[in-house]
Design a protein around this ligand. Sequence first.
Ligand code: 6PG
Length: 472
Amino acid sequence: SHARIGLVGLGVMGANLSLNIADHGFPIAVYNRTGAVTDAFVASAGDLAERLVPAQTYEDFVASLSKPRAIIIMVKAGGPVDAVIADLGPLLDEGDMIIDAGNANFHDTRRREAALREKGLNFIGMGVSGGEEGARHGPSIMVGGNKASYEVIRDIIEAISAKHDGQPCAAHFGPDGAGHFVKTVHNGIEYADMQMIAEVYGVLRDGAGRTPSEIGALFEAWDKGPLKSYLVEISGKVLQTADPKTGQPMVDVIVDTAGQKGTGRWTAIEAITLGQSPSTIEAAVAARSWSSEKATREAGQALFGDDAVETMPMPSDATLEKALLAAKLIAYDQGFKILIAASSTYDWGIDLAAAAEVWREGCIIRSALLDDMAQAIRAGLPHDQLIFAPTFADMIREGAPALRRVVAYAALKGLPIPAFANALAYFDTMRQGRGTTDLVQAQRDFFGAHGFERVDGGAGQHGPWAGTVSHS
Ligand code: 6PG
């Protein structure tokens, strides 16, 4: 029998995505490099097995697909993707498409798309968010690549995606790497979101001496208010979970060194390359990097001990909630600016509101706020700033004093909250009409004759530095 779509790579994500596709009535050809995995997968698929078309060779796999062939590959990002493409490419015909559903670096996606296009093949870079559950029951899907090719499989992709009020959380964002880039920024925001929640946990744990289950209960309560989101929800659950082995809170038996597979870091790197500086996302990436230096941190603790200089009253729970909301909005503001910058540099024509829309359900950063964000973007962001949009400007006006209080408290108490601190610094910069780079410009002109623009007009001006007293 012929299937319209196939999938290579039956790891957890690939297997779940296949079941999701089958569950929506689409027969799907499946292949895994280790054939026994394919057999075991089909054997465990229950009723859905009848819609699975297993193949043990690429030749059989390709032969079981109707044309134009559409092949999803869900293997580890990087070399393995190139290896699968190298094996499959020669077996495909003009107009066929390969869809990379992994967390690829969008530069790789652009390279692969260009290489396959030369051979008459289409390459779709498709970001999929939502973890194992999402893959099985409805992920958020961010597509990039040839639009006409996407149209061929769009019904399948929309069917398997999460829904928001019946609308599919799947969209095509532009050619080549656009979809993978949107997914990368999603992950960058995910990093910031997670870090900010962890910072609040730190303030409550080390500032107020609250227990994990108390903090978890607070997060559970916040999940009923404006912070309602998947990450706040799971953080509440995690903190209220006990370790079956010791009976201690689960977080207390987890080593505080966080890994990263790259997407958060890529967001920061690409942003900087694009002339942006997503300082909240950078802070989250930095916090993970620093966390891995555990021995150093322990030595630092022995060396510097309790460095708190002064204390001020612990911010109230309501203040922390408002501060987290404000900081989060600032992280999204920075994330959207990266998308705007990349879209213009790579000529993708990304629909920013559509990004917010597909993030409303299915993905890791899904939250009640995203619907409001989508609406604000559709109405037009003043100066490309999410936080300048009327709804959010009001929230920031209300949240900024809380953010200040929390950052001040943590600073005095000696608690690191880099993402919060960066959010505040960014906000204060964006609300300061006259900054301090007038002096930086003067310094540059002094030592390098770089020139500056005068407030009363005229670019390329120089200061009267010659003969200036130097005390060296
Ligand atoms: C998702 C997640 C998922 C994964 C990332 C981040 O959207 O479902 O982002 O793709 O969690 O790879 O992983 P790291 O934290 O290991 O970088």
